[in-house]
Each structure stands twice: as C-alpha cells, then as structure tokens.
Design a protein around this ligand. Structure first.
Ligand code: ZN
Ligand code: ZN
Length: 334
C-alpha cells in the first residue's frame, strides 16, 4: 500500500510500504486524514517523540474492509481514536488513560494513519452517523482536543482563546456549546479572524491592533474565567495571565518551540491556575463524535480543502509557509 512517510526532516514521500497486518483488529481503508500542527512539528523534525522515519497522520476516518471484531462489519464507516492506552497502570485506572506512560499513538509505537490501510482494535473505532462524511469524521480528533481543554467551562463562563487557527477556532465553538456567554478569540491573521466572525464568535480581535488586556477587561469587567492558549507564540502566556480574572485559569495547549520567559508575578497576585492540556480521554473523543454525528456542531466549514494523496509533500510545505487555512485533509483514495 502507499503511505506518507517522513524520511527525514522536511522530506516526506508517498511511497510503497508493507500492508498492515490486522491481527485480530479491524482493517480500515482510510478515506480522510487531517494534517495538523503536530504533523508540521514532526515534519520540521521538532516533535518530542515522533521522529523520522515515520508515517504521518493521526486525524483519520475510514471504511471497514475486514474485521474480526464482531462489533464491526465490512462497509462500516468510523473515526479512529488515535491512542492505545495500557488500561493497567495507575493513570489509566484513575480515569486518565490519555496520560498513560505506556500508551501508543500513531507515529509513536503505532503507524501513522496517512496510508491507504490502517489496522486498529475495535475499541478505538467510533461509528459515523448516516450522512456524516469521512471528512467530518476526521475532524472528530481535533474537536476532541478542543472538548478536553475546555473542561470546567460552564454556562455563563467567559473564555478567551489566544490563536484562532484550526484548534483555537474549535475551542471557541466548543466553549459556546458548553454555554460560555462571553467568548473572545485573538488572532493576527485576517483570514482566521474573518472565518471566526463568520462563525458568529462574538469578539474577534487582532492582538497587533488592540491592547488585549484592555480589550478583555472592557468586555468582561474583571477578566476571563478561562484563557486557552492555542498559539505557540512566545508572548501568549504573558497575555493570558493579563487577561485572566483573579483565581481564573490558563490552559496551555500547544507544544512551544522552546522555553518561555515570562513574568509570573501576575499569576501569584491573582492566584491563577496554569494547566496543561494534552489530547483527550476516550469519553472526550466519544463526546466530540456525538457533536459531529448529531451536527450539534457542523464541522464542515472548518475544512478548508481536501487534497489527493500525492500532494501531501506540497501541502506540508504550504502549511509551513503559513498559507491561510483552517483544516487541510488528504484523501488517501485519491
Ligand atoms: Zn492533530
Ligand atoms: Zn496505562
């Protein structure tokens, strides 16, 4: 079969690789695979554990073409939860299998999904509803990231999101679904701002144009309950600390390119909680799938473009050069 193999940093080829051996699992023909910031980190050679040579891709949906799991039949359409936890360790038993030290993920102990075929155990497959496309199915994964990082956002909450790209825009959408009454997104890119405004996000600002803490204080009166950092820009943490209300919470989502230097005194004086967020629990993933399957959130506008498999190298180069986009996907059957 063909797979998008990162051979060395910035060198990806769509090449022949051995077919996966299902071995009691379900064999999928991949129909849509999203590319995201962490694929780009991997492509640049910066990812902490996804190192070349590696098959890229972890946001996928596909069609069952063989199954030895009685829960799945040929022709079923599914999204894939891309994490295999051990389900035995203290973290797994505490209900945090996404923090399992022994977990395997695509590109880390499990092949990537940007391939014609992909084998997975039935327990990580989530059916897609009739009429919901594979492209929507492949958006369940980033939506699950957004769902997980907004825990604690409840009716009436105020949420600021720094960075309105593919993840930040989904964080804003999910915050509103969770009942946030005030949502602000800041992004320097006009493309992202006009997309967010088109999605009805109430406050969309250009941080190079306004003083963010002043703008935030004018909107909330006393700062945001939750500020989600969805941009790797080094100034984000200081901005987030300034935007948060006393006893508010800052959530860190991106992988930063290096150590940050930041004045933490505002966090001391406001008793700010600074919390990391990584992937999602299976419950989060299933909740994201429900939002997509029931079209509580129509994710189709978040898909900017789908490309044929052979174009994967140029799509990654275009993402690296900063082209305007929300989600870009590859269709491995094309
Ligand atoms: Zn991703
Ligand atoms: Zn575990």
């Amino acid at each position: 079969m063909r797979a998008a193999v990162l051979e060395s940093a910035r060198q990806v080829v769509v090449a022949e690789v051995p077919d996966p051996v299902p071995d009691g699992d379900v064999l999928l023909r991949m129909r849509a695979v999203g590319l995201c910031g962490s694929d780009l980190h991997t492509w640049r050679g910066h990812h902490p554990f996804r190192k070349p040579p590696v098959v890229l891709g972890h946001e996928g949906a596909g069609e069952v073409v063989a199954s030895s799991d009685p829960g799945f039949a040929v022709g079923d359409r599914v999204a894939v939860l891309p994490a295999l936890s051990c389900w035995k360790c203290a973290r797994c038993e505490a209900g945090h299998p996404h923090l399992c030290a022994g977990k395997r993920v695509p590109g880390g102990g499990w092949p990537g999904m940007l391939s014609e075929y992909f084998a997975a155990p039935g327990r990580v497959l989530v059916p897609l509803a009739d009429g919901v496309g594979y492209d929507e199915g492949a958006l369940v994964e980033p939506l699950a990231v957004a769902w997980h990082c907004t825990w604690g956002v409840e009716a009436g909450s105020s949420v600021a999101v720094l960075g309105g790209g593919p993840i930040g825009s989904l964080v804003a959408a999910v915050s509103r679904i969770r009942g946030a009454s005030t949502v602000l997104v800041s992004d320097v890119k006009p493309y992202n701002r006009s997309f967010l405004a088109g999605q009805g996000v109430p406050h969309v600002v250009d941080p190079s144009d306004v003083d963010l803490p002043t703008a935030g204080a004018a909107i909330t009166g006393g700062g945001f309950d939750v500020v989600v950092i969805a941009s790797g820009h080094p100034s984000c943490l200081a901005e987030a600390l300034a935007l948060t209300r006393p006893r508010g919470r800052v959530v860190l989502l991106p992988m930063f390119a290096g150590p940050l230097t930041v004045d933490l005194n505002p966090a001391v004086l406001k008793e700010t909680t600074i919390q990391g967020s990584t992937i999602y629990t299976p419950a989060d993933f299933h909740q994201a799938a429900r939002l997509v399957n029931d079209r509580v959130l129509d994710v189709r506008p978040y898909l900017t473009e789908t490309f044929a498999f052979d174009r994967t190298p140029e799509v990654l180069e275009a993402m690296d050069s900063g082209i305007d986009h929300l989600k870009l996907q590859i269709d491995p059957t094309r």
